[in-house]
Design a protein around this ligand. Structure first.
Ligand SMILES: *[C@@H]1O[C@H](CO)[C@@H](O)[C@H](O)[C@H]1NC(C)=O
Ligand SMILES: *[C@@H]1O[C@H](CO)[C@@H](O)[C@H](O)[C@H]1NC(C)=O
Length: 363
């Protein structure tokens, strides 16, 4: 086994929280033929050990690392090409930059940053990294929506609906006490609360669907449900760079969950809606043509897998140096995640100014 695996890239997971245990470990098990999970790190020994046990069936040699010395071990282990950073939103950027400076490729969980200012500082540190090595380390931002086939396909369909007339994004979420993230403490001490943390996904979906940037917003955010951190409701009017306007309505917790994106054009309409088909969770994509003919296609979720696979392929290719002028997958570049944060920050800023129009920071 060691022999057949010796050519595979080795990575470490930095973080052992809910998302690391319930998403990354199962997804890494599915691609154990492409990548070796060499180590897991967490601040505390107990949570690292618990996460390591979950991975031992497909990573029998896994090393459990914790505390500052464990993090240094990972930094100094040159066999580890890349790391997955899955930590609290407040510390992810610092740890990602530390790893990038040590020459590791990084795939960091969303949100890209807690604010536009943090993202700008982070990008300038990253851009100033000495790239004397053949390839500068990749900084990928895991948001998965840009890898969901539903958004890739609907983004192509939008080109066949003529001129865009209007856009609706309706998110009635279900972040209640049954949700494992409901009590997550870092999200309760984070600027924008769940609106920022969850909202980056819905903005990413919107940007993929319309294939255009959001130029300006005007919003009202409110705090209605006292069990949630503020704000938990957002109503926003936005305008795209192409001039088309739309609404973005977001309730973090609703009794009647519904999540959809819809673009109405002069020659048809495209809609993406969260749904369940034959027990699988995913998206129903509908396209209605000029003649009124409608088609529906269901796409089960697979964005987390696709994104992780792309990262593993990219770091393998980047490390062999076989491909001159190697370019990583553009959909997961850190800057894309920063753009999603910028839209939400502008929406929240507009609300603090009673709905005045705010321009979205252009990265
Ligand atoms: C939380 O939301 C889910 C989905 O709508 C629902 O099935 C569940 O009953 C809700 N739990 C509580 C405690 O309200
Ligand atoms: C990168 O690696 C994958 C598999 O690891 C391969 O299929 C692909 O052709 C390589 N090249 C590029 C440019 O992605």
């Amino acid at each position: 086994m060691a022999d057949s695996n010796s050519a595979l890239p080795q990575i470490a997971v930095i973080g052992a929280g809910i998302f690391a245990r319930t998403q990354y470990i199962p997804r890494l098990r599915e691609i154990a033929d492409l990548v070796v999970l060499k180590a897991i790190w967490s601040r505390s020994a107990a949570s690292t050990k618990a996460a390591c046990e979950l991975a031992r069936d497909f990573a029998p040699e896994i090393e459990c690392k914790w505390g500052d010395s464990g993090l240094d071990d990972i930094i100094n282990d040159h066999s580890i090409l890349g790391v997955v950073v899955v930590l609290a939103g407040q510390v992810q950027v610092d740890i990602s930059l530390k790893m990038l400076k040590a020459g590791k490729h990084v795939i960091q969980e969303k949100p890209a940053a807690g604010s536009v200012a943090e993202a700008e500082t982070a990008l300038s540190s990253y851009n100033s990294l000495n790239s004397s090595s053949p390839t500068k380390p990749i900084w990928a931002l895991a948001e998965n929506y840009r890898f969901e086939p539903a958004f890739i396909e609907s983004g192509k369909m939008v080109k066949d609906i003529g001129d865009m007339m209007n856009i609706q994004v309706i998110v009635e979420g279900s972040m209640n006490s049954s949700n494992p993230y409901f009590s997550s403490s870092w999200r309760r001490n984070f600027f924008g609360g769940f609106v920022l943390d969850m909202g980056v996904h819905f903005v990413a979906g919107l940007r993929m669907l319309v294939g255009c940037e959001i130029a300006s917003v005007s919003s009202i955010a409110r705090h209605v449900d006292s069990a949630l951190p503020p704000p938990d409701n957002l109503c926003s009017l936005f305008q795209l760079e192409n001039g088309c306007a739309g609404v973005f309505l977001f309730a973090v917790n609703s009794r009647s969950p519904k999540i959809l994106w819809r673009v109405d054009g002069t020659k048809g309409a495209v809609q993406v809606e969260r749904s369940v088909d034959q027990g699988k969770h995913g998206y129903m994509v509908s396209f209605c043509s000029e003649k009124g003919e409608c088609t529906k296609t269901f796409h089960p979720f697979c964005g987390v897998n696709e994104e992780l696979k792309a990262f593993v392929c990219d770091i393998s290719n980047a490390s062999t140096g076989a491909i001159a002028d190697y370019k990583p997958e553009p959909r997961y570049l850190y800057i894309e995640g920063a753009r999603d944060v910028a839209v939400l920050e502008a929406m929240l800023e507009s609300s603090s100014k009673q709905g005045c129009t705010v321009l979205v920071k252009n990265f």
